[in-house]
Write a protein that binds this ligand. Sequence first.
Ligand SMILES: Cc1cc2nc3c(=O)[nH]c(=O)nc-3n(C[C@H](O)[C@H](O)[C@H](O)COP(=O)(O)OP(=O)(O)OC[C@H]3O[C@@H](n4cnc5c(N)ncnc54)[C@H](O)[C@@H]3O)c2cc1C
Length: 425
Amino acid sequence: MPSSLDATSYYQATAQAFPAQPALRGEAVADVCVVGAGYTGLSAALELALAGYKVVVLEAERVGFGASGRNGGQICTGFSSGQRKIEAQLGKDDARKCFALAEESKVLLKERIVRHKIDCDLKWGYLHTIPKAHQFGELTAWKDEMDDLGCTDTSLLSKAELEEKLGTHIYHGALREAGAGHFHPLNYCLGLAQAAVAAGAMIYENSRVVEADTGSNPFARTAQGRVSAKFMIIAGNAYLGRTVPKLYGRVMPVGSYIIATEPLGTERARALIRDGEAVANTKFIVDYFRLTGDARLLFGGRASYSTLEPVNLGAYMRPRMIAVFPQLADAKIAFAWGGFIAITYNRIPDCGRLSPTVYYAHGYSGQGVALAGIYGKLLAEAVRGQAERFDLLARIKHLPFPGGVLRTPMLVAAMMYFRIRDALS
Ligand SMILES: Cc1cc2nc3c(=O)[nH]c(=O)nc-3n(C[C@H](O)[C@H](O)[C@H](O)COP(=O)(O)OP(=O)(O)OC[C@H]3O[C@@H](n4cnc5c(N)ncnc54)[C@H](O)[C@@H]3O)c2cc1C
């Protein structure tokens, strides 16, 4: 992985205390071995530990090292792919059930924050803004679709109404969702880990799985230990690499970057986003931003399909922030960091079984903050023998990405296409 991804993020600098977990040494036996301590793995581990299962989580680095500790913190509705692609595969009724699961993911997140007393700056409210006036019709259609799906807490904002809320003139209106929002993603992840440990799960950090047997008697081997288990859950997402060859190629890692300003003071921050909602534009290559608990602007976007890191992330991202908020020209960028999103070909998350006792879920395609929690819960349900809801999602078919030399150039070409499409639309 490129080294700048390890630069201290705003989240690391403001993380709640979480005790370092030991590395695995020697042999361990568990009911369930979970690979990866992000939202997916920890959600499954928490559910299973609460249900009395002996759970071992193996994390290559530290809890929240992957996307779950680096993301924009935007709690979104539905799937990155949109509903239509899911309908095309499952039909309207089952696609509605999938949407209901996505809705449940936000409820689950909220319940866990309350139940486990997770201090993570949770804030509800989300504005989807349009960069071009002619896109207002798309917002209206989107609202109609949301109403039809039972998500009735949305409203349309004209350009003038939006400009009362946002300190920028570049957008032409917005769809506001009351039921989506934002939070401090790493603190949520650490809170989940804390809850899983309290429920009896063992988490081993600095314990990269170097070999996983995904047959019916699964085991995972690290440099200094080995876990054998009745079940295995693989939740390494974009960071899994080639550890499980059958999963390589089902997702593609895409670099995504975020900056955070110095603290702006409440008044200046509120002049940018009056009510503190999360904001994202509706382009394919999304700009998204929000205020942090300590009144910074956190601004993300700019995907890199080539996996080549920009040399100076701050300088790379800043012009996009200034394009939205020119009044921040004098604001210092205090943090800049990146992470890898796992995308699937159709942007629908991918889950399934590698054997009757080995399950996986990954590929939330940039929209996993809420979804990964419900996928983790469904993985746990499947281990417990109640796989109906998991199987609904596992029925969705996915094309693998090409391997070898074609892998990166094809995605760079796709990215160019979407950039040009955004510019022309
Ligand atoms: C920069 C960025 C911004 C994003 N913004 C948003 C957003 O605003 N809203 C949203 O909904 N989604 C967003 N996402 C996506 C979201 O963060 C992810 O979908 C979600 O966190 C996925 O969780 P996960 O647990 O599946 O994977 P991860 O959080 O990536 O966790 C996987 C874990 O597995 C570990 N691992 C991998 N291989 C091994 C191995 N061999 N052995 C042991 N451990 C291993 C990794 O170290 C890692 O900790 C963003 C992602 C990024 C990178």
